[in-house]
Unconditional design. Structure first.
Length: 65
């Protein structure tokens, strides 16, 4: 498993979990944090991982070709 593939996989899973929290966890109340806000942060982090994985994949193909 290459580093680019690992970043893409981890980023997509993080993005999907963040989206689920943002959409469906609005009714759950925790004393310290709000789950929809954590979902937005996770979506941003997952998107950044997807971009970085895409960059690694493109850079790896450029150096091989």
């Amino acid at each position: 498993m290459t580093n680019a593939y690992k970043q893409l996989l981890e980023g997509s899973v993080t993005l999907v979990i963040g989206l689920a929290l943002w959409l469906f966890a609005g009714d759950i109340e925790l004393p310290v944090v709000e789950l929809p806000k954590i979902g937005v942060v996770m979506m941003c982090w997952g998107g950044a991982q997807l971009l970085y994985g895409s960059y690694l994949g493109a850079a790896g193909q450029r150096s091989k070709g």
